[in-house]
Design a protein around this ligand. Structure first.
Ligand code: B12
Length: 210
């Protein structure tokens, strides 16, 4: 009998080895991959988000949990694809042009994956045309942009304008985030959603897709 709570606890405590081992055992025992994500990993990441927001967890803990989540997801993702479980949406995620900060972006990506979204991670220093290409060629239905510098925030507006010019703005929802970004700024540049946290990014994605 496998104790699946171990998977929850491994993600919560950032134990990538433990997350991998329990996931392997569970999959070998025929447990539904989706059950592992929805009942154990997502609640653990949601708790990680809560602990971060209440200052019980800090960036190192977040990174360890994100890595544990990613390690387990690497085993699970191919099975979800094979079993035909449709992702709830496809997100083109990146840190905007000129900006190399990716810790928050990576957390947002892990949370979105945990929330059932397929994430196309475009990396850092992503120019507007690369976001446009992800929408056109990879059929992303959400563009999620991160910026940590006040000097790179305007690249979000430029990217939205590039989506408009390419004629694809209507077919995507745009989410923005990062330390200097606010709801006010998101409204100003015509983004569809904003969140100040990785856990909130999933809720924002759900809201804009509804
Ligand atoms: C780590 C760090 C770096 C690292 C980045 C490493 C990496 N791989 O990311 C390094 C050392 C490379 C770096 C470089 C620089 N940095 Co720096 N950096 C930071 C620092 C200390 C932490 C950022 C971080 O990771 N926070 C933790 C994560 C979890 O938080 P987050 O990114 O905000 O993300 C959360 C939310 O914002 C949200 N979120 C984020 N993205 C998105 C996206 C969406 C769609 C949604 C919904 C939500 C969302 O969810 C996340 C999780 O909850 C900040 C200070 C700070 N306290 O923010 C300075 C800071 C951002 N850096 C700063 C500066 C100035 C620089 C440099 C210019 C320094 C220099 N002179 O070279 C360079 C710029 C390089 C470049 N071109 O990008 C300034 C920016 C000031 C400003 N007003 O613009 C800051 C604020 C430090 C300061 N107080 O001066 N930096």
């Amino acid at each position: 009998m496998i104790d699946l709570k171990k998977l929850h606890d491994a993600v919560l405590t950032g134990d990538a080895k433990g997350a991998k081992a329990t996931t392997e055992q569970a999959l070998a025992a025929g447990i539904e991959p989706l059950k592992l994500v929805q009942d154990y990993m997502m609640p653990a990441m949601a708790e990680v988000g809560r602990r971060f927001e209440s200052n019980d967890y800090f960036v190192p803990e977040l990174l360890l949990s994100a890595r544990a989540m990613k390690t387990a997801l690497e085993l699970i993702r191919p099975l979800l694809v094979a079993s035909g479980v449709q992702p709830v949406g496809r997100v083109a995620l990146g840190t905007v042009k000129g900006d190399l900060h990716d810790i928050g972006k990576n957390l947002v990506g892990a949370m979105l994956e945990g929330g059932g979204y397929e994430v196309i991670d475009l990396g850092v220093n992503v120019p507007p045309e690369q976001f446009v290409a992800a929408v056109k060629e990879k059929h992303a239905n959400i563009v999620a942009m991160s910026a940590l510098l006040t000097t790179t925030m305007p690249a979000m507006r430029t990217t939205i304008e590039a989506l408009q010019q390419a004629g694809v703005r209507q077919q995507v929802k745009v989410l923005v985030g990062g330390a200097p970004i606010s709801q006010k700024y998101a409204d100003e540049i015509g983004a569809d959603g904003y969140s100040e946290s990785a856990a909130g990014a999933v809720a924002a994605a759900k809201r804009v897709m509804a």
